[in-house]
Design a protein around this ligand. Structure first.
Ligand code: NAD
Length: 322
């Protein structure tokens, strides 16, 4: 079988991470790279090979599968054009910005007979697959979740809501997707937000209620420090707490005493610890086996819907039902 030809649009931080991972998989080759700053595509090509393209169209002529790794506001248009060119698409998070564009891209992806996968990498991170394994054998009652950043300065565009769509789209959306992955579909939410450091709402407190009765609190700050763990999920079950610390550890405290067992993933390479290796493998598996990818366009759409409902709840001061 011919190798799948991978084309990467946007070869900054995450585009280069994917380029390195795909370059090690024998089932594919990094065949084409395009970036509005050509020197970035050239730098990545030096490491992994591939033609440095002068345009998106040139990349579409070469590639079978296209990765969209550009800043958030460009995703809908670039991903839609890749589908129109008949390509398999891997679209980094966020799937889209705003419900009208998200709906448009969902319709386009649904009509395509090629794979469309969204880059919610944390679903594959060992710490979260282990949590899911525990929760499939136990009943979660409630949870307390945090997803912070230290700043919105690096890359510079992360502090511009006209590019990100808002802080929730850039960072928090990772764990919004995780909510559905671990706990099911959401029934209603209440939210408060405030503005401090950046030209947008940058601090959030949210309460989610799920269709199955589960409920959780969720805090997200864009200007906290980078103190470890900036991302934490604390789940409370029957005489049991399951606690994650970023993608490093899962702590299981089970029973009536204060005992606990720690599962540590700190020695795993970051690309695998964060789930990037597994999501790229899943993309190739879906293309080769002609199956749906583990994170679909509908999952991408639902994460956008959650972001929009939280902003709506803050603006209106009302409880929002789904
Ligand atoms: N899943 C994750 O864990 C994860 C991690 C980081 C970033 N991301 C997402 O990936 C995307 C890129 O983030 P990044 O940190 O790599 O940013 P980055 O700034 O490092 O890289 C983006 C690249 O896209 C290029 N670019 C901009 N507009 C373009 C266009 N229209 N066509 C072609 N190239 C264009 C830029 O020149 C730059 O090289 C963002 O949407 C971000 O949210 C996801």
């Amino acid at each position: 079988m011919d190798k799948i030809k991978i084309g990467i649009i946007g070869t900054g931080y995450i585009g280069s991470v994917h380029a390195r991972i795909f370059s090690r998989d024998e089932r594919c080759e990094v065949a084409a790279l395009y970036d509005v700053k050509p020197e970035r595509a050239e730098k990545t090509a030096k490491l992994v090979g591939g033609t440095v393209c002068q345009s998106r169209e040139e990349l579409f002529d070469i590639a079978d599968a296209v990765l969209v790794c550009t800043p958030n506001k460009t995703h809908t248009e670039i991903a839609a054009s890749a589908v129109a060119a008949g390509k398999h698409v891997f679209c980094e998070k966020p799937f889209s910005i705003g419900l009208p564009d998200a709906k448009k891209l969902l319709d386009i992806a649904d009509k395509s007979n090629k794979v469309f996968q969204v880059g919610h990498n944390r679903r594959y991170a060992p710490v979260y697959t282990k949590l899911k394994e525990f929760l499939s054998a136990d009943k979660a009652h409630s949870a307390h979740i945090k997803m912070n950043r230290g700043e919105l300065k690096n890359p510079v565009w992360t502090g511009d809501p006209n590019v990100t769509g808002g802080f929730l789209y850039e960072t928090t959306i990772h764990l919004f997707d995780m909510l559905r992955f671990q706990f099911g579909e959401i029934a209603e939410l209440s939210a408060y937000g405030s503005q401090h450091e950046y030209p947008e709402l940058d601090e959030f407190s949210i309460i989610f209620k799920f269709k199955n009765g589960f409920h959780c609190t969720f805090a997200s700050s864009s200007d906290a420090s980078w103190i470890f763990p900036f991302e934490r999920v604390e789940v409370f079950c029957h005489h049991r707490t399951l606690l994650t610390q970023e993608m490093e550890h899962l702590i299981d405290s089970n029973g009536l005493d204060a005992n606990f067992e720690t599962f540590s993933f700190g020695m795993t390479e970051k690309e695998e610890r964060w789930g990037y290796v597994q999501e790229d493998k899943a993309f190739l598996d879906a293309i080769i086996n002609e199956t749906a990818p583990p994170v679909t366009a509908l999952d991408g759409y639902k994460s956008v819907e959650l972001v929009e409902k939280v902003y709506e709840a803050i603006k209106s001061g009302a409880k929002i039902s789904f």
